[in-house]
Design a protein around this ligand. Structure first.
Ligand SMILES: *Cc1c(COP(=O)(O)O)cnc(C)c1O
Length: 458
């Protein structure tokens, strides 16, 4: 066999050695917008007390109005991160110490830890194997008289099964919070995600579709929840006496304010969102089409009348059809492609994050202080965070899910072809690869770390 045909992991020539183009996120428009704010000398106009500046300065308001307008949200409330945003949402829907909050275990940690800040106890339901979002049947099985809220996540940019979850939640008065950090501008059954439930929002950290360095945007159609979010964002204790709210619980505020500089960047970034989503969709359709010809690699099916933001592109891996462990496949594909220069040029990763309930704070039930709060609020309840709790999540993490972050701007369909060629080549030579690595049965989760030491968990 000639060396071009030999898999690169066995010493053959790789499919591609030229690096994938890096993502550039900001340009002249952002630079000019920031320069204008600098010239004005007002880098933040928030004041933590009654008056017109309680809700921020001109750029913050403009950014919020444009976001709300672009997607038809009644309220958009900027925050300094989506982690702050999630904590704000939990407070705004009235979670109290000892309340249970049903969460997904397959997401960034803050989608569940947000509950803990108000003494809420995360209860983990399993995910669906098609959307990777919360499974309505599993959610229903987790409901008790203590359930106050559900935090669902539109993970990887795919809308979760929100209608079925709302059907369970609404009649019981349970609040639904949408973590749409990875899905800005995405539609579920024709409606923009974020405010289909009671409240939700988006992350604006550097890795997300659009960003302000750090930042977040809360969205809701509910006036009272919006008011509560504004109080929590900015020292609400200083204004509750002057506002119409009678119930002042959970209105003590933090400082979760976005600066004028960030808002000015955000206004420019928002103009780019639709174009970014369009590029990613085009590349994803190309990759879908290539995967049809590779047995054992299955693209994600998008729910009906919905769109997908492709924060990352998920692929289901069938270890039996391909004949090698997911980890060996990953290493073999990596060998066919250029070495990653940054996270976004990493062609393929596996597993996503370890199911959240397996992390130490749940295993030891130690979150706020050292005495078991808030788990200790309900001494008669035995909270279960043991391995085996969510079998679908564990299967995706351990065996079945591959994620590609290279379905992104400024790549082209040719780049996607190289990526697909690499996977196709490895599959075609799986016998040879397995013969050379017979001991690779560990299936350890391989987390590529780029040159700067960043891992794929963001
Ligand atoms: C990024 C992310 C967050 C946290 O957002 P930050 O702005 O980084 O605080 C929360 N949930 C999910 C699903 C995310 O991807």
């Amino acid at each position: 066999m000639s060396s071009e045909k030999l898999p690169a992991i066995l010493g053959g020539s790789p499919v591609r050695s030229a690096p994938f183009p890096e993502r550039t996120t900001v340009g002249l428009a952002e630079r000019d917008a920031v320069a204008q704010v600098l010239e004005s000398d007002v880098l933040s106009a928030f004041i933590g007390g009654p008056g017109p500046f309680f809700s921020g300065g001109p750029k913050v308001r403009e950014f919020e109005e444009q976001w709300a307008h672009q997607y038809g949200f009644r309220h958009a409330i900027s925050v300094n991160s989506w982690t702050s945003g999630l904590v704000t949402c939990i407070g705004a829907v009235g979670v109290e110490p000892g309340d249970e909050v049903i969460c997904s275990p397959y997401t960034m940690s803050a989608s569940a830890t947000c509950a803990l800040f108000y003494g809420g106890i995360p209860v983990f339901a399993d995910i669906e194997s098609n959307t990777f979002g919360l499974d309505p049947a599993s959610v229903e099985a987790c409901i008790t008289e203590r359930t106050k809220a559900i935090v669902l996540v539109h993970i990887f940019g795919c809308p979760a099964n929100i209608d079925a979850i709302l059907e369970i939640a609404r009649p019981r008065g349970i609040k639904v919070i949408e973590d749409a950090a990875q899905a800005p501008g995405t539609y579920s059954n024709g409606r923009p995600v974020g405010a289909i439930g009671d409240v939700g929002g988006f992350s604006l950290n550097f890795h997300k579709h659009i960003h302000t360095g750090e930042g977040g945007m809360i969205v809701t159609q509910d006036d009272e929840i919006a008011e509560r979010c504004r109080l929590i964002r900015n020292h609400g204790e200083n204004v509750v006496g002057t506002s119409k709210l009678e119930d002042i619980s959970n209105t003590i505020g933090g400082n979760y304010r976005l600066t004028e500089l960030q808002a000015a960047i955000g206004i420019e970034q928002l103009k780019k969102l639709e174009g970014i989503l369009e590029t990613r969709t085009t590349l994803a359709r190309k990759l879908d089409q290539r995967l049809q010809d590779i047995e054992g690699l299955q693209p994600q099916e998008i729910p009906r009348d919905s769109t997908h933001a492709y924060y990352v592109y998920p692929i289901r891996y069938d270890h039996r059809a391909i004949g090698m462990t997911r980890n060996l496949f990953l290493k073999s594909v990596a060998a066919e492609l250029p070495k990653p220069g940054g996270f976004e040029s990493t062609p393929l990763t596996e597993g996503y994050v370890k199911p959240l309930y397996l992390s130490t704070i749940y295993q030891k039930q130690t979150a706020i202080g050292s005495k078991g709060f808030p788990f200790s609020c309900n001494p008669d309840v035995n909270y279960n965070y043991s391995k085996g709790l969510c079998p679908v999540t564990e299967k995706m993490y351990e065996k079945e899910l591959l994620l590609s972050p290279i379905v992104r701007e400024p790549l082209t369909e040719n780049d996607i072809d190289d990526f697909a060629d690499a996977m196709e080549k490895v599959v075609a030579h799986s016998d040879q690869v397995v013969a050379a690595f017979p001991a690779d049965e560990t299936n350890d989760v391989f987390t590529p770390v780029d040159a700067a030491g960043r891992s794929n968990v963001r």
